[in-house]
Design a protein around this ligand. Structure first.
Ligand code: C2E
Ligand code: MG
Ligand code: MG
Length: 587
């Protein structure tokens, strides 16, 4: 900037002044010579040696005055204005207002002031462009993480001053990876843009919407009058993003989980609030996705607890602290036990019996689930074979596998080898996968499930009805049964429309030609309603809670008469199928 100004000074002022000065000097010099010494000058100079002392002094004084005058003139005409202009220019840099006010003058101050204002405008507009670029997410046009942090700290400062509340809402798409893998990055980008629009449509002008990373978005709601309003906003966004969307020619169900935290109650600085919002988001995901969670201080405690569980989990397998419990699945028409679900329990040395919801999500996150699942599958197969060897009725045992297991290409090999080693026929093993798991990375999952099915292992879709299955995909999965989620069974008797979903799932299963199992059957009324709808099997506290293996053996033995008094007993599953035992190598 200074260089530009000096250039302007040089070009527009110095040059003109120096030329004007030199011209004036020439004229003045000529005139003074003529005036002081007149026409006799030539004669006097001709005999300079003969000048009197007085004349020499006058001559020297004249030259000295002339040089001094020239220097003073130079200073007055060029250097002083230059210095002043330079000082002015520097101050104008700091104060555009001054430059603007002086820009109307017609002298050199005006010239420089105009140059200053022009240069300032040019620089500030390119600075502004750079700033905008550095703060914008190029894909969605929303603010990026930098913009978000900047806005958040400003909102917090203002909130502090005006005693306003500010809410921080973070969102993460539930099925983004699956959709990206399935439809490609272009469609994935399209979905992110769509989410951006949806968030902008749902927020107010004073709010800030930003994309923080791949499929993570955030909103600053400022100011917040009532926390309920923020929750209602989150609910609107959740509902909007749960609707099916068409990308290309495919219908997808993006789904979103949301975490909310509020300033100043949950934290006073940006870093703490971001951490708390992430904790709430994490909790929302752990609650089964498609969920909204407000940050609560218990979440912080839970995070500490979580670290302790993660540490202890690492030694639980080595120290054999895990145990499988078994819960019966009963034929609705005959009352006979058809199978059991193996449910994992952790006998923690200090905490006692830890339920799976407390540690499976952690094991899934740190990858320990792969080793745990290997243990579960082996244990369930060996136990089932043991019961058969003891002469108990032959039943099928179902194990739950995680999304991480399902993505492993060697899952079918692992299961095939385990069946061989435990001498169990594949028809007595079932794998339960949840709906949301199979909707991720659909093609790879279909491959794994088909390999398992070709072994003769049954596949059940767990918690059915909670995961927005695409019916088009469902038809392609080699599924043996659908398990209606227990929340729908509970709602059958508490809600007027509660029977609609179980009825729908049963009809759907029928048309797909697969079996349907109801989870969470707790009462005789549940049982009778489901039987009336044509449900095949039931699992729930009405028949029996999950129990340790030896207890289950006694239960199985006693249940041979059937567990439903008015039902007719029919024969159990047929004998072992030979398929796998004779053909160990698996495609
Ligand atoms: P899930 O596979 O849907 O298992 C059914 C859950 O419903 C079990 O909870 C069972 O105890 C509970 N339940 C059964 N009948 C009733 C009833 O009548 N009323 C009520 N209120 N609940 C009933 P649990 O054992 O706590 O397991 C929770 C979840 O943990 C399981 O849900 C499953 O997703 C997961 N899980 C359990 N064991 C394993 C495992 O070995 N591996 C993996 N990956 N996940 C497991
Ligand atoms: Mg299950
Ligand atoms: Mg379930």
């Amino acid at each position: 900037m200074i260089n530009r100004l000096l250039l302007t000074l040089k070009v527009q002022t110095i040059r003109q002044k120096v030329f004007a000065y030199l011209a004036a000097l020439g004229v003045m010099g000529g005139l003074s010579f003529a005036w002081v010494w007149g026409s006799s000058l030539h004669d006097r100079l001709g005999s300079a040696a003969g000048l009197s002392a007085m004349e020499q002094a006058v001559l020297i004084l004249g030259v000295a005055l002339w040089v001094g005058g020239a220097a003073w003139g130079m200073h007055r005409l060029v250097l002083r204005p230059m210095g002043m202009l330079k000082d002015f220019a520097s101050s104008a840099l700091l104060q555009e207002g001054v430059a603007g006010a002086l820009a109307g003058r017609s002298d050199e101050f005006g010239d420089v002031a105009r140059a200053v204002v022009g240069a300032l405008k040019e620089t500030s507009s390119s600075n502004e462009q750079l700033r905008t670029l550095a703060m914008t997410d190029s894909l969605t046009g929303l603010g990026n993480r930098n913009h978000f942090k900047d806005r958040l700290s400003r909102a917090l400062e203002a909130g502090d001053e005006n005693s306003n509340r500010v809410a921080l809402v973070v969102l993460d798409l539930d099925n983004f990876k699956g959709i990206n893998d399935m439809l490609g990055h272009e469609m994935g980008d399209e979905l992110l843009r769509l989410v951006g629009h949806e968030l902008q449509d749902n927020s107010r002008k004073t709010d800030t919407v930003a994309r923080l990373s791949a499929d993570e978005f955030a909103l600053i709601v400022d100011p917040v009058e009532r926390v309920e309003t923020v929750v209602a906003l989150a609910q609107r966004i959740l509902e909007a993003l749960s609707l099916p969307r068409v990308l290309g020619r495919t219908e997808v169900h993006p789904g979103v989980s949301i975490g909310i935290t509020v300033f100043p109650h949950d934290g006073r600085d940006a870093e703490t609030l971001m951490k708390n919002a992430d904790l709430a988001l994490y909790r929302a995901k752990a609650e089964g996705r498609g969920n909204i969670q407000l940050f609560r201080h218990e979440l912080q405690l839970r995070a500490i607890e979580r670290n302790a569980i993660e540490r202890d989990l690492r030694i639980a397998l080595q120290q054999e602290q895990f145990e499988l419990y078994y819960q019966p699945k009963v034929d609705m028409q005959t009352g006979m036990v058809r199978g059991a679900e193996a449910l994992l329990r952790w006998n923690h040395p200090e905490r006692g019996l830890v339920p799976p919801d407390m540690f499976i999500p952690i094991a899934e996150q740190n990858g320990l689930i792969v080793d745990i699942s290997r243990w579960v599958i082996r244990q369930a197969c060996e136990q089932n074979r043991k019961w058969q060897d003891e002469g108990l009725p032959k039943i099928s045992v179902a194990v739950n596998v995680s999304a991480l297991d399902l993505r492993r290409r060697d899952l079918s090999d692992l299961i095939a080898n385990t069946l061989i080693q435990s001498r169990l026929s594949p028809q007595f093993l079932e794998i339960e996968v949840t709906e949301s798991m199979v909707m991720h990375d659909v093609e790879a999952v279909i491959g794994t499930l088909r390999r398992l099915r070709s072994l003769g292992v049954g596949i059940g879709i767990d918690d059915f009805g909670t995961g927005y299955s695409s019916l088009a995909y469902l038809k392609r999965f080699p599924v043996k049964c659908l398990k209606i989620d227990r929340s729908f069974i509970r709602d059958m008797t508490s809600d007027l429309d509660g029977q609609a979903i179980p009825r729908l799932v049963i009809d759907l299963a029928r048309s797909l030609g697969v079996k349907v199992v109801a989870e969470g059957v707790e009462t005789r009324l549940h049982l009778d309603l489901l039987r009336g709808m044509g449900c095949d099997e039931a699992q729930g506290y009405y028949f029996g809670r999950p129990m340790p293996a030896d207890e289950f053996a006694v239960f199985l033995d006693r249940a041979q008469e059937g567990l439903i008094p008015d039902a007719k007993p029919v024969p159990l599953l047929e004998n072992d199928g030979p398929a796998l035992l004779e053909k160990p190598s698996v495609a």
